[in-house]
Design a binder for this molecule. Structure first.
Ligand code: AMP
Ligand code: ZN
Length: 115
């Protein structure tokens, strides 16, 4: 297994607040939320960045969107953001592909905003 914090959450080697799990996808709260709802939605397969996606990942990529939709419904969000940072130069810190599901009130330096 790569030395990867999200793989360790999948393996329950480090704790996380799990919001959804199936054979291919895991979703858990971001440890530093920037919005009322800030959930990370990840494939269980270690895919480092969106640059590493191939045709084989079509099904799991689709599932990430479906899980995000379900979680947003559960959270009562009328709309939401799905944020994806791609590689270090794109602001990605954890090299395990993840969508940030963001909704509700945002904690910004300029005050609170809503999607
Ligand atoms: P990114 O910059 O897109 O790679 O985002 C990585 C996100 O992972 C950040 O929002 C972090 O707050 C979050 N994060 C890092 N470590 C953990 C952890 N152990 N549990 C939950 N979220 C984490
Ligand atoms: Zn990983």
């Amino acid at each position: 297994m790569p030395d990867c914090v999200f793989c360790k959450i999948i393996a329950r080697e480090i704790p996380g607040t799990i919001r959804y799990e199936d054979a291919e996808v895991l979703a858990f709260d971001d440890i530093h939320p920037v919005a009322n709802t800030h959930i990370l939605v990840i494939p269980k397969e270690h895919i480092a960045t969106a640059k590493d996606l191939t045709e084989e990942h079509q099904t799991v990529l689709f599932k990430l969107f479906v899980v995000a939709k379900k979680l947003a419904q559960e959270q009562g969000l009328a709309g939401y953001k799905l944020h994806l940072n791609v590689d270090t130069a794109g602001g990605q810190d954890v090299m395990h592909l993840h969508f940030h599901l963001l909704g509700g009130e945002f904690k910004t330096s300029g005050g609170e905003t809503r999607v």
